[in-house]
Design a protein around this ligand. Structure first.
Ligand SMILES: [Zn+2]
Length: 238
C-alpha cells in the first residue's frame, strides 16, 4: 500500500529537482559559462610543469566517474587537474596539485559556513570575501586561489578576530540564533545566550558591534549550530 501512496509524491519531487537542475544548467550555460573553443581548450596549460592538458573523464584519477576534468599530460607523474562547470568544458579555476587541493578543501570547510546556513547569500559572501582579502571580486573564488591565497583566507576567516561582518548578515545571524534557541533551549550556553542577547539589542538600536564582539557572536552562533547539527543529524561537523 505504502508504495502506491509514496510513489507519486516521489515522482513529483524528482521532477521538481530535475527541473531545478536543468534551469541551473541553462543559467550557467547562458551567462557565466560559455563553452571554450577548441583553441582556448588547447591553451590550458599545467601551471606546475608547463605541460599541455587533456580534457578527460575523471575516472582516470578517481577510479569512478564524477565528471570531466582538465588533466596534466604528464599524469601520473604530475597529477594536477581541475574540474569543469557542470555541462560545460569551462574549468572551475586553475589546475591544482594535491597540496593546493587539500588547501582548498580546508578553505571551503571554513568559508562555506558563512553562506551555507543562510546568514548571507553565496553572492554576498563572495563580494564580502573579496573586500576582506583585498582582491577584485572576479578573482575572489576559492577555485581560483593559489596556496598563498588559501593561507591568507584561512588566516582571515579562521584565525583573524578582525572580521567586519555586514550588518544584514549580523541581523540574520541573531535572528537564526534566537529562532534555534527557542527549539533547542537545552543546547544554549547561559553566558553565550546572554552575550548574544546583548549584541542583538545593541544592533537593534543601530549600534554596530565591534569587530571582536562580531567575532565572538559568530563563534557563539557556530557553536550553537554545531550542537544543533549534532542533535538533529548526528553530524559532528558544523
Ligand atoms: Zn603538470
Amino acid at each position: 500500500m505504502g508504495i502506491y501512496i509514496s510513489r507519486p509524491f516521489l515522482f513529483f519531487k524528482k521532477l521538481k529537482k530535475l527541473k531545478r537542475g536543468s534551469e541551473k544548467l541553462a543559467r550557467n550555460n547562458g551567462h557565466h559559462h560559455k563553452n571554450l573553443t577548441e583553441e582556448e581548450m588547447q591553451n590550458i596549460k599545467c601551471p606546475y610543469c608547463g605541460a599541455d592538458t587533456v580534457f578527460v573523464d575523471d575516472s582516470i584519477v578517481y577510479g569512478q566517474s564524477f565528471g570531466m576534468i582538465y588533466l596534466c599530460k604528464n599524469y601520473p607523474e604530475c597529477d594536477a587537474h581541475v574540474g569543469v562547470h557542470k555541462g560545460t568544458n569551462v574549468p572551475k579555476g586553475r589546475l591544482a596539485n594535491k597540496e593546493l587541493r587539500e588547501y582548498k578543501k580546508v578553505v571551503h570547510s571554513i568559508v562555506d559556513n558563512f553562506w551555507r546556513d543562510g546568514i548571507m547569500t553565496r553572492r554576498e559572501f563572495y563580494a564580502w570575501m573579496a573586500k576582506q582579502m583585498q582582491m577584485p571580486e572576479e578573482e575572489a573564488h576559492v577555485a581560483m586561489f593559489d596556496v598563498e591565497q588559501c593561507q591568507k583566507a584561512i588566516r582571515i576567516f579562521e584565525e583573524n578576530k578582525e572580521l567586519d561582518i555586514p550588518v544584514s548578515a549580523l541581523n540574520n545571524m541573531f535572528k537564526k540564533y534566537f529562532a534555534y534557541s527557542k527549539i533547542h533551549y537545552d543546547l544554549l550556553g547561559e553566558y553565550e545566550c546572554e552575550f548574544m542577547f546583548k549584541m542583538k539589542n545593541m544592533l537593534a538600536k543601530g549600534i554596530t558591534p565591534t569587530k571582536s564582539q562580531q567575532y565572538y557572536s559568530f563563534k557563539c552562533y557556530k557553536m550553537l549550530m554545531a550542537r544543533v547539527n549534532q542533535v538533529e543529524y548526528g553530524n559532528a561537523a558544523a
